[in-house]
Design a protein around this ligand. Structure first.
Ligand code: FUB
Length: 316
């Protein structure tokens, strides 16, 4: 009897853990964050992430990773496909990236920087960040820095989201700065910004970072980690707004930052995000990419998403 109980316990534990899909199995000891999911013409899911160095200081990060999957259960690691070593104008802060497909090319947009942030004497800070753009014939690279510098130097910019609309126009969103919520309309050759548009956010302009914009049934969704922590969103009938605040997608978890993307795969909407977890590393907690199914109500609003251990392993 004792043996039977132990066997059951072991079996249930194995069953549970083998179904546990969060964090995603992207690779042993890889500390991934800031997931940007895209489905390209081959139908596979591609996930671009930043990479944490364990015990890092102030998000000093050096390279980006890309993974692909045909079923969202198993992932192929395509390695460190782009890093600050590929740039002559920045050497640190390889933060939350994004990618897009346009003109038969894949574009990778990435925030990078130089200098240091002095938290004790902020006036001594030399840290600067801007957005670069690289191009490739393949979603996994090799990517080449297109302009040998940032798209602009002032104001400071990070966390780009590059959204290509159905008419082929590309829009680059970055976190609001100095109370200004701006979208950069890209030139057709993607080498410069054609125009900056200040957006009307309907009177609600909280602190935020990591914007992610997508379109569904003709409606544009501007989603963000509000206060850098809980995921919330606006909607609009235009990529330039005006936007209407719609509220919560995912609650914050303690005082940890979050960063996400929302993408449709084989008819099902997916939310990628990261979570700070203690998985036995030297300096816990560390960031790990996770995913959940995401659902819409009939009126187009998004249902709240809860964090789970099973993630995408249980089919909807
Ligand atoms: O990964 C570095 C920074 O932390 C990202 O750029 C932010 O969105 C936050 O996740």
């Amino acid at each position: 009897m004792k043996f039977l109980i132990s066997a059951c316990v072991i079996f249930s534990f194995t069953a549970l853990t083998s179904h546990a899909q969060n964090p995603l199995k992207l690779g042993d000891k890889l500390l991934t964050a800031d997931p940007s999911g895209h489905v390209w013409a081959d139908g596979k899911m591609y996930l671009y992430t930043s990479l944490d160095e364990e015990c890092q200081k102030d998000f000093w990060m050096k390279e980006w990773r890309v993974f692909s999957s045909e079923d969202l259960q198993t992932w192929k690691d395509h390695g460190p496909f782009f890093s600050v070593k590929d740039l002559k104008w920045a050497d640190n802060y390889a933060w939350a990236p994004d990618a897009a497909y346009k003109n038969g090319k894949y574009y990778f947009v990435f925030p990078v920087g130089t200098g240091h942030k002095d938290r004790v004497n902020p006036e001594k800070s030399t840290k600067w960040m801007g957005i670069g753009i690289a191009e490739s014939d393949s979603p996994t690279g090799p990517f080449k820095d297109m302009i040998g510098g940032p798209l602009w130097r002032e104001p400071y910019a990070n966390d780009p989201c590059l959204f290509v609309d159905d008419d082929g126009k590309a829009y680059l969103y970055v976190p609001a700065r100095n109370g200004k919520w701006v979208v950069a309309e890209m030139a057709d050759d993607m080498r410069s910004v054609k125009a900056f548009h200040e957006m009307d956010m309907g009177g609600y302009t909280p602190k935020m970072e990591g914007p992610w914009v997508f379109k569904r049934n003709g409606l544009y969704y501007y989603t963000m980690p509000e206060n850098n922590r809980k995921l919330t969103y606006y909607t609009s009938t235009s990529p330039k707004g005006p936007w209407k605040y719609r509220g919560l997608i995912m609650e914050q978890e303690g005082e940890s930052n979050n960063h996400h993307s929302i993408v449709q795969f084989k008819g099902q909407w997916i939310l990628f995000y990261h979570r700070w977890l203690d998985l036995g590393t030297k300096c816990p907690p560390q960031r790990h990419v996770c995913a959940e199914y995401l659902y819409f109500n009939d009126d187009g609003t998004i249902r709240e998403v809860k964090r789970t251990d099973a993630g995408l392993s249980v089919k909807p």
